[in-house]
Design a protein around this ligand. Sequence first.
Ligand code: NAD
Ligand code: ZN
Length: 335
Amino acid sequence: MILSMDLGPESYNIVVERGALTQAGEHFNLDRKVLIVTDSGVPAEYTQKIASQCQNPYIETFLQGEEHKNMQVYQTLLKRMVHEGFSRSDCVVAVGGGVCGDMAGFAAASYMRGIDFYNVPTTLLSQVDSSIGGKVAIDFEGYKNVVGAFHQPKGVLIDPDVLQTLPKRQIASGMAEVIKMSATCDAELFAFLEENDPMQHIEAVIEGALKIKKNVVEQDPKEKGLRRVLNFGHSVGHAIESVAGFSALYHGECVALGMLVLVAPELRARLKRVLDKAGLPTEYTYDSARVIEAMKMDKKVSDGALTVVTVRAIGSFDFEKIPLNELENKMKEVL
Ligand code: NAD
Ligand code: ZN
């Protein structure tokens, strides 16, 4: 399937196909210098497949993990391009998960005020979420994604076959984003997840999630309004993530817990079943006072209340301003 992201002059195609790694040369312009960015956890054969289709490939492999989405590695990418004489008409290709795509995309966004960027996402989370919105960033001074840009890719190539090597817990983390998108925007996809084993239909699941994200991003490319719907589960989730420690719980696991807090009580059992089936946590022991403290840092807090996305009917959402003490009570009640 080819989905086109319609963003005027910044439009691009998203190709979803089994075995698509071998077709990069058909969809991307690789007849120039290409900086291929990957990390140590991504099987090297994926990068090799892309490199073999480039006229002039330069591979940069950084150490895997969120802690390496930092200024030092970002600088290494820029240095490599300077030293290899990359010009404005050369390009960057990311082959990896969201960490790799965000950082390689930011290097492409800033090198010579912006060069072409292609993304080959290899985790479920990056295939359904991070690779297609144009948000690129690195972490800095303890803050996630605090230095970055909007830089749309020139093309995205999604090969569901690469998920065969991805650990189950990482698959589950990506499923949390799919569940989030279906719960807020697509009752049909949510019902499909309730009735089927998503891994048996992974191509359809990826395509369903991409269509939702495409629709939201096209309407609000710079996150001025509607795109905040993608934050369902994230305000509470981020706070849990920062208290639990980024390596203890995966991002999607925290989002799962966050969604449970903010879904209407009568829908909670349905959501729980879908999360359970995906291998996501539905309970967690934590210090609620610390989670609320972390939430106070959220820029969406004003007058002691946080504006969050809530779901009262599957496939729809509201933005609601909820006082922090009420949120704390909800958390105690649910988790
Ligand atoms: P990740 O990039 O760290 O990948 C997870 C792990 O899987 C890594 O260790 C990686 O080496 C390994 N891996 C990748 N592909 C593999 C494969 N096919 N087989 C085996 N191992 C593989 O994590 P992620 O969950 O993909 O991305 C998380 C990042 O995405 C965060 O930094 C987050 O801020 C960012 N993000 C960005 C956006 C956005 O809109 N830009 C949206 C959501 C998340
Ligand atoms: Zn997320």
